[in-house]
Design a protein. Structure first.
Lengths: 264, 350
């Protein structure tokens, strides 16, 4: 019995060969599978790498003089490490960057880059350190609750941007820009990145749904003009008072002069 | 004769001045009264053609008014409310208003034009009569008062007179008592807020979800209400919110003062959102300058320096709310603000 068993024991010369073959099959198979997976992933990484390289070249040519060669920041510009692709897309695609002149804040200008160059810049800056990302088109297409968005906007945004997004003044020449013609993408990016002196409204503060509601509210306000007629830029009592003083009061003065003048 | 009356006598002797009744000195007018300017005959009186034209203009203005009124009625029905969005009333409002304006304005300027061009325009002057009555009238008035006093016994009957004075003096008192309806007296309620309960978590406005310290990134701003506030019923909800509203900001701990660091948590600081000037919500926070701006009167507070006033009419720094982190990582306020929040009031002690 023991002899018979010995034929198939671990000490059999065939056993070593069997283990060797099994080992080779397993490791070889894993390698093949893994390399297949790697080769599948490679094209995307290469494209990304290419985009990042293009972005880096654009960065060195257009941004490095203020933000430093490695985006580490300098006297004239802050560090961009960790600001994320959303920040780059917001600043460049609204024309604020590259900045033209130093002042209280960076102004909106005609956009200086093509969208693919902006994407390349964004990819390069995002490759330096993780940061907020731009929203997807699918996300931006979602319609939220305008009423809820209006409430959130009045609590979180209206004190600077005005209750209907007409913008307003801040200290020392800075201002919160009007949001009338701002794209939904840029509204979202501004909330997650907090550009210039705007505070950050991350997703742990205003949830992703809350941001959708706010964007929906802004769109609603743009599509539904004021019931009362001319909005006078929605600036409230200042603009209205100005029109009353110089327009209406002037008209009243003219009528009074006519009333007092003798007929010819 | 006193000094003054001597002076007066001196002035009286000179011929340059004359006296009206009373003692005012009237200096003779150096510029001659030009009188009424000569009457000018209008074109409408000179030619029938002009008169007819003016008549047509007046009736055209009245017709414009008729059209305006009709237009207003038409506009009311032509731009109806679509039942959904208030914005659909935009043209209704504009054209209804324009129509009514034309309706009223046409009547007004038509009437004025009529009076100016076609009605008689000869100037006349009417002299004012003297303010002082004649001696006879004055004597009669004095006699009436004397007679009334005698007949009523007003001077003689002291008891009646004194009770009448008392009645007149007390008569306005009920009206003054009614001022207490301007209350109720807020008593001690302005001195403390809902945070006085102690251990309340800081929650997001408006949904009332609690905030974890980890949720608050540097440079971010949270609009905060006390946990449990959303469960209150009106009017308590708004009364409590008006006092307890808080702005939560996270900055680099190195930019703020030692006291702020102690009362905060790793650079997270909480401040009353109620302006110390007249109570507007101070919420315009600039991330890089750390300025907090009040939108009503531009009071500016320096968040990097205990929220001290650096510009504007506010008289005190914003009160800081001491915060801690509980076992589950949520931000809590161990107690109330150290001083009453918002603008000053009569009974304010600190």
């Amino acid at each position: 019995m023991a002899n018979k068993n010995k034929k198939f024991s671990r000490r059999s010369p065939f056993a070593a060969a069997l283990v060797l073959i099994a080992g080779l099959v397993v490791s070889g198979g894993t390698y093949v599978a893994a390399s297949a997976a790697v080769s599948n992933a490679t094209p995307k990484t290469e494209v990304d790498q290419e985009l990042i390289e293009t972005g880096k070249k654009l960065f060195l040519a257009n941004c490095a003089s203020c933000h430093g060669k490695n985006a580490e920041g300098a006297q004239s510009g802050p560090s961009l490490i960790g600001v994320g692709s959303a920040s780059v897309d917001f600043q460049v695609a609204t024309g604020r960057m590259p900045g033209q002149a130093s002042g209280p804040q960076m102004e909106v200008k005609p956009v200086q880059f093509k969208q693919e160059d902006i994407d390349a810049l964004a990819a390069y800056v995002a490759s330096l350190a993780p940061g907020p990302e731009s929203p997807t088109d699918e996300y931006l297409a979602i319609k939220g609750d305008a009423a809820k968005g209006g409430e959130l906007f009045r609590i979180n945004c209206a004190m600077c941007h005005n209750a209907v997004g007409a913008g307003g003044a801040l200290t020392e020449g800075k201002y919160a820009p009007p949001l009338k013609d701002t794209e939904a993408r840029h509204v979202y990016q501004a909330m997650v990145t907090g550009p210039q002196n705007m505070p950050v409204f991350s997703n742990s503060n205003l949830s992703v749904e809350a941001k959708t509601d706010i964007i929906t509210y802004l769109q609603y306000v743009q599509e539904n003009p004021s019931v009362g007629g001319e909005e006078l830029a929605n600036l409230g009592p200042v603009a209205e008072g100005l029109v009353v003083w110089f327009g209406v009061l002037g008209l009243i003065v003219l009528i009074t002069i006519w009333l007092g003048a003798k007929s010819n | 004769m006193t000094e003054n009356s001597k002076d007066l006598a001196k002035i009286e002797s000179t011929e340059e001045h004359e006296y009206a009744s009373g003692l005012a000195v009237v200096s003779p007018d150096k510029i001659a009264d030009p009188g009424i300017e000569p009457h000018r005959i209008r074109m409408t009186e000179k030619s029938v053609k002009h008169e007819k034209a003016a008549a047509r203009q007046v009736s055209a203005l009245f017709s414009l008014s008729i059209l305006g009124s009709a237009f207003a009625v038409w506009a009311y029905f032509a731009f109806p409310f679509d039942g959904e969005t208030a914005g659909s009333l935009r043209y209704n409002t504009i054209f209804l208003g324009l129509g009514i304006t034309l309706g009223l304005f046409g009547i007004g300027i038509g009437a004025v034009h009529w009076a100016k061009t076609l009605m008689p325009d000869a100037e006349v002057s009417e002299e004012r009569h003297l303010a002082r009555g004649s001696e006879e009238v004055r004597a009669a008035a004095v006699e009436i008062i004397r007679l009334a006093d005698q007949e009523s016994g007003f001077s003689r009957r002291k008891l009646i007179r004194r009770t009448l004075y008392g009645a007149l003096a007390l008569f306005p008192i009920p009206a003054i008592v009614m001022f207490s309806d301007l209350g109720p007296d807020p008593k001690d309620s302005l001195n403390h807020t809902m945070w006085a309960k102690g251990g309340l978590r800081l929650a997001r406005d408006p949904d009332g979800t609690a905030i974890k310290a980890a949720d608050v990134q540097i440079g971010s701003v949270f609009h905060v209400i006390p946990e449990g506030l959303v469960d209150l019923e009106a009017p308590d909800l708004l009364n409590e919110k008006a006092k307890a509203a808080v702005l939560l900001v996270r900055v680099e701990p190195s930019v703020i003062t030692e006291k702020q660091r102690e009362w905060g948590y790793e650079g997270i600081v909480a401040y009353s959102k109620i302006c110390t000037h007249v109570g507007c919500p101070v919420a315009l926070y600039e991330q890089h300058t750390h300025h907090l701006l009040c939108p009503c009167h531009q009071s500016t507070f320096d968040l990097a320096n205990d929220c001290a006033v650096i510009f504007g009419p506010a008289s005190r720094a914003l009160p800081q709310l001491k915060i801690e982190v509980d076992a589950e990582g949520y931000l809590v306020a161990p107690g109330d603000f150290a001083e009453p929040v918002g603008p000053g009031f009569w009974e304010r002690k600190v």
